[in-house]
Design a protein around this ligand. Sequence first.
Ligand code: CUA
Length: 308
Amino acid sequence: MDPRQHDQIAKWERRWIAASGLMSLMFVILIAYSLATEGVNIAQSASRGTPQQLLEQPIFAQPGVRATGPNAYEVSLVGQAFNWTPETVRVPVGAEITFYLTARDVIHGWQVENTNLNVEVIPGEVSRLIATFDDVGRYRVSCNEYCGIGHQNMIGWIEVVPASQLVQAEGGAAEDVAADGTVDGAAVYASNCASCHGASGAGIAGAFPPLAGHVPDLLARDGGRTYLVNALLYGLQGAIVVDGTNYNGVMPAWGNLSDAQIAAVLNHVTTLDGSDDPAFAAEEIAAERGQGRAAADVLALRQQLAIP
Ligand code: CUA
């Protein structure tokens, strides 16, 4: 090679190295600047284990808000395709909130919009994050890691309210329970089911089966009632056909809902198309609970219904 040409290459090489070095330096400065101005809030790993072990920890037995001291609260949250449990978390302004987050199925991203709270929520790991909200408001929580076809519907809320407005939920009374103890099936549906099956139960063809019209059809068959209760308690997995469309997905088990909530939501989905109220009662759910069934067993129950 002609030595002059060699110098030429070396010169350009030096320029490129300088340019990339400058770019790296710029990134470091930008990161340092945003840390200094926006503050930093990095989640720490609180515990690890199988997702099942983690969900059996007392803190996740009833996810939600608990007071832990004067102006200190603890919030446990579970992410699963495609919602957050609980969907809405209400905390007082100015309090120290310790969040414990984990996922039931796949990795989700928990991002509280317009804050610096952003955590990767990983099955098999509990992430801990301490935060204080200085402003009253309703903060939207979105999932920022693609987790499946309903990812964009995985929305939650953090309501930051004056401490005087915070109604302490004794014994884990949920939002969908009225003062007289009756459960609002539409509210249970909106919080837990609508992100996949749609607000009106129309589903998404090929991904999530419709419920409006289909649930009454199931109820009309021998064993349909029991099947529906089991699908809620134990989930459903495998290939099914609804109205001539194939589905092959996973419905998570909803056994974490109470018997009354499951009964109410079943009554709600049955009447989506104006059908009569099938009057599911909590006792009927309780009778099927604790049978240790798996999603595959529920698929077998469905196959016995002989749906064309
Ligand atoms: Cu959960 Cu995306």
